[in-house]
Design a binder for this molecule. Structure first.
Ligand code: PMP
Length: 286
């Protein structure tokens, strides 16, 4: 029985990618430890029991993915949920659910970006739901914004926070490039502490692109020369218009494309310098 999870969205989860290596037939889990760190932090923020240690989670993910004998890139969802009937105040007992699905990477160069809008829905705030927790119920916020955007003819929403500055996309973080500087909302802007955002910050440093983490106003979004979203699922998603205002010249910008190129090199193990622990090869089932 998982009634509390089904009824109240009482679960925490991670979406982790595994990319086919540039050198071998192996699948490489991307930043697995960082995802499990965040899963543990989400459990802590939600007061949910976390009965699994890291080797147990790694073993579960490895065996479930390997048992499916995927030949292409994969997305794996790891969910911690209430194991019994429970209620909305249950802290346990908890169970784990591992669900992989084949999902090919978005290859570059991309011809176009997406049409985004500034949502009329506000991103969840620390005064109601901690934005740093990746909790199932939090996604109702993104759902409202996403469906509103699609109903109004846009591809995706951008959500602002309670102060009216940029938070993030529905399930992705955001970057703007303007006057030679790449900027992304800071951790107090009601964002999820995105692992891809952190990867982009590291790639930008390596490419000698100046980066800042700060508040970003709506008017700056309109003035940006380039805008892109990032996330384990979104990878690097260029934005070509916001509220029907063209971003830059409306094509995928140079900085966005350079970051996308390097991102794909990093996740497939092709880049020269990849921080230790970012790539975990999956072991085939015997
Ligand atoms: N914000 C939200 C609300 C998300 O669900 C995600 C996807 N996990 C992101 C941002 C991007 O996070 P990450 O780069 O760690 O996938």
């Amino acid at each position: 029985m998982v009634a509390a999870t089904a009824q109240f969205g009482l679960n925490v989860f991670e979406g982790i990618r595994a990319y086919k290596s540039a050198h071998t037939d192996q699948l490489l889990l991307f930043r697995f430890d960082d995802h499990i760190d965040r899963l543990e932090h989400s459990c802590g923020l939600l007061d949910l029991a976390m009965p699994y240690n890291r080797p147990a989670i790694a073993n579960a993910v490895n065996s479930v993915v390997a048992a499916n004998s995927y030949t292409n890139d994969v997305a794996v969802r790891v969910t911690i949920l209430i194991a019994d009937e429970g209620s909305w105040s249950s802290m346990g007992p908890t169970d784990m659910f591992v669900a992989p699905i084949e999902r090919p990477r978005r290859t570059r160069p991309l011809a176009n970006g997406v049409a985004a809008c500034v949502s009329s829905w506000e991103r969840i705030d620390d005064r109601s739901f901690p934005p740093l927790a990746k909790v199932g119920a939090n996604y109702i916020n993104g759902r409202y914004a996403h469906l509103e955007a699609q109903r109004n003819g846009y591809d995706l929403p951008l959500l602002m926070n309670r102060r009216g500055t940029l938070a993030e996309g529905a399930g992705s973080c955001a970057f703007i490039y303007r006057n030679g500087v790449l900027s992304t909302p800071n951790l107090a802007s009601s964002i999820l502490e995105s692992i891809t955002r952190d990867t982009v910050l590291s790639i930008a440093a390596e490419l000698n692109i100046e980066v800042t983490q700060r508040e970003i106003s709506r008017s700056e979004l309109y003035l940006a020369e380039e805008v892109f979203l990032c996330g384990s699922a979104a990878e690097i998603t260029p934005v070509s218009s916001i509220d029907r205002r063209q971003v830059g010249d409306g094509t995928v910008g140079e900085i966005t494309d350079a970051i996308h190129e390097q991102y794909l090199r990093v996740v497939t193990g092709h880049a020269d310098q990849i921080p230790d622990g970012w790539l975990t090869p999956l072991v085939p089932c015997t």
